[in-house]
Design a protein. Sequence first.
Length: 111
Amino acid sequence: MNNNRARQFLPFNGLRGYDELLYEAGREKEEKREITEDHAWKLSGELQLVERKMTVIITYYDVDTYRTITGKVEQIDKIFRVLQVAGKRIYFEDVWEVKVISAESDDSRTC
């Protein structure tokens, strides 16, 4: 009963998300960079080494800017060329840089 009474005094934020929207609107938009053949070759080799459960730092293009994310690789599909890190699906063609921090990989694979 006291919990219901306390809830009525919680602060109300009628503009939830407005600060984030202003930040996004004021952020500089960035064009997607052209990947050179040498950079593509290097990146392809790095992505071939990435496996599930590895901790990585990935810089990728997301809508209109480059973002960097750090986390464990939850899924990687080398056929459809997509990986998932910290809940974010990233397509190989959007990846700019990959760094493996921890090489703890999924050893439960079967051939």
